[in-house]
Design a protein around this ligand. Sequence first.
Ligand code: SF4
Length: 288
Amino acid sequence: AGETFGIVGESGCGKTTLGRLLVGLEQPTSGSVVFDGRALGAQRGAEFRRRRRDLQMMFQDSAAALDPRMPVSALVAEPLAAQRIGTGRERQAMVAELLDAVGLPRAAARRYPHEFSGGQRQRIAMARALALKPKVIVADEPVSALDVSVQAQILNLLQDLRRELNLTFVIVSHNLAVVEHMADRVAVMYLGRVIEAGPAEQIFGRPRHPYTKTLLDSVLTPETGRGLPEFALGPGFPNPLEPPSGCSFHPRCPKVMPECAAARPAALHDGEAMVECHLYSGAPETVS
Ligand code: SF4
């Protein structure tokens, strides 16, 4: 609670799906999401609806996430109405306070999403996510659609709100700089699995998994052998529906060993850190 947890990986690794699972927008085909000691899927009806107040989401594309036909007052009040909180007048008072909290003028309530810049729309999305006083906010690529000049403003706003409201954030991003700036702990995903996780300073300062190391080297540069993972590792992902055998990273791994194709590495837990790689796990565990 009160931390920012970062989930990073290439496009298509499953990080957005994981974020949607956390807030109940997708149902897991296996496993469960446990929040405050209770599995989310086990709740029904009114209890499920009340539980959903605790878990809110900010989407990547605020232009698509905000209904263009609704004024800001209705957009921000909509979660309150859906949860039957307050009268119409009380909801409008809450909208005014939420606009204050995200740094928008109260007059913004009468305007429509297309009248705002991308950064302002992300503030509206934040006000909407905050309306139900959630405990956790999952922010999926919260600044990737914004100009670089306003990215820092939105990230600083998220940090300030997290501290003031003791929120827990889950930041989903392919942008390592964003995650390094925001996160206390980080999980690195590849083909639907978390392959390394730990405190942010360890993941960014002393990465162990070969994929994490390649990802951290993935800066746009004209130097041969560097660049985005697609260039550094060869073309794109394998098909996630038919993942490679053993360690699913083995066709692209610069450290591949004979056992890597035969067996998935067991997770090595080391304090708060975890890594899944035969370089660290000792005897490989054969999986079907
Ligand atoms: Fe590379 Fe093998 Fe480690 Fe997978 S298990 S990351 S293929 S060294």
